[in-house]
Design a protein around this ligand. Structure first.
Ligand code: SF4
Length: 386
């Protein structure tokens, strides 16, 4: 699935966020629209008022009455109703929102105050917060109708500080029915003042996905490569609970988390009883993970007992468990009922062997970058009976 393309930018200096139209529209509706055309033939005089015009053909020399991206590599994926960001510096066209998808995100920042060994999107230390906030606020303005789900992700969204509060308040005001899930390391919520201001927004449909990798502070801090992260995250979880914020605990499964997985489940049951559910997540082989495979790799077929007993511990205490990013053929049948199809549509793929599998429809498949790193347990299943 293509979500990026590029061309040559002309006639604008600031990024533009606009809704795609592939057909000409009345002048009164053009302010926030980007018109996509294969060529300008016969149309050059009728582009006034569009936020931008995107053309596959090369357009040289002649003056133009709207911001222009020409010589664009691919335009077939630019569909009416999608929302894109256009970058003047490099001619990038990035698809930000697809109304038909359940996996739309607001990307908050590339920065992070942790540096996890298996981070799928390693942090970049650049000052992008103001620009991305402006982009996200404009994106929220353009989204219509409101989607069922929206994710806020990064980097670490809480690094936005006040700007995060502005975004969440705007989501509350413009699309209160939309279920917003924010992925955060939770550390910033250790500060009571920030947490109470965040909770005071009272978004009616919001949950936070917060990782906790061990019941042992030193091990958690080592995995996230940040001193005191465990203490801050646990304190943050309690502050959030005090304000009634819905919380999902996220545990990435790898060779460092598996040995204490059952202890972590017990820790959650004794100390974090307020969490809504715990998500056990197969590791993505992208970002830092491929570089740290010596330390992180464990074949999922080799941790099924630990996973099963951790789920059982949670169940005993009435805490819901979910399993993300793990293929059904790797899971014990007793765990199938906890498996969720969690991989975003634009990242999702199946291996060649899946073609003959009876449970392909129920199986979440792979991140497309994970099809190269396969467990020895991947094999088609002959019957869908549990
Ligand atoms: S063979 Fe493919 S579709 Fe079948 S369970 Fe395994 S990963 Fe899923």
């Amino acid at each position: 699935m293509r979500l990026h393309t590029a061309g040559s930018a002309r006639g604008f200096r600031k990024p533009i966020v606009a809704r795609i139209t592939t057909e000409p529209i009345p002048a009164s509706e053009r302010k926030d629209a980007a018109l996509v055309l294969p060529s300008l033939d016969g149309r050059a005089d009728d582009v006034r008022g569009y936020a931008a015009v995107i053309v596959k053909q090369e357009v040289n020399g002649r003056p133009f009455s709207a911001p222009l991206l020409h010589s664009v590599r691919d335009i077939d994926h630019l569909i009416s109703g999608h929302i894109v960001a256009l970058e003047p510096a490099n001619g990038f066209i990035r698809t930000l929102f697809r109304p038909e998808s359940r996996h739309n995100t607001l990307f908050a920042t590339e920065r992070c105050n942790s540096n996890c060994l298996m981070c799928s999107q390693p942090p970049v230390d650049k000052d992008d917060i103001a620009a991305l906030t402006e982009r996200n606020l404009k994106l929220i303005d353009l989204i219509a109708p409101a989607p069922e789900y929206l994710c806020i992700t990064g980097g670490e969204p809480t690094l936005l500080e006040e700007r995060l509060l502005t975004i969440v308040a705007k989501l509350r005001d413009t699309m209160p029915e939309t279920y917003v899930h924010m992925l955060t390391n939770g550390r910033r919520f250790a500060w009571a003042d920030f947490t109470s201001r965040f909770a005071a927004i009272r978004h009616p449909n919001l949950s936070l996905g917060i990782p906790l990798y061990a019941d042992d502070a030193a091990l958690h801090d080592y995995i996230v490569q940040a001193r005191d992260a465990f203490d801050q995250t646990v304190l943050g979880l309690h502050q959030l609970a005090r304000h009634g914020v819905e919380i999902e605990i996220r545990v990435v499964l790898h060779a460092l988390t598996i040995p204490r997985l059952t202890h972590l489940a017990e820790y959650i049951c004794r100390n974090l009883t307020f969490v809504d559910h715990v998500a056990f997540m197969g590791m993505e082989h992208i970002g830092y993970a491929p570089r740290n495979m010596n330390e992180l790799w464990i074949d999922p077929v080799d941790y099924q007992e630990q996973l099963e007993s951790s789920v059982a511990v949670l169940a005993r205490f009435g805490i819901d468990a979910r399993i993300y990013n793990l293929q059904l053929c790797l899971l014990k049948r007793s765990l199938w009922k906890y498996s969720k199809q969690s991989i975003s549509d634009w990242k999702n793929a199946y291996a060649g062997v899946c073609h003959d599998c009876a449970v392909k429809e129920q199986c979440g498949g792979f991140f497309h970058w994970n099809t190269k790193v396969q467990s020895r347990g991947i094999q088609p299943i002959a019957t869908s009976a549990v």
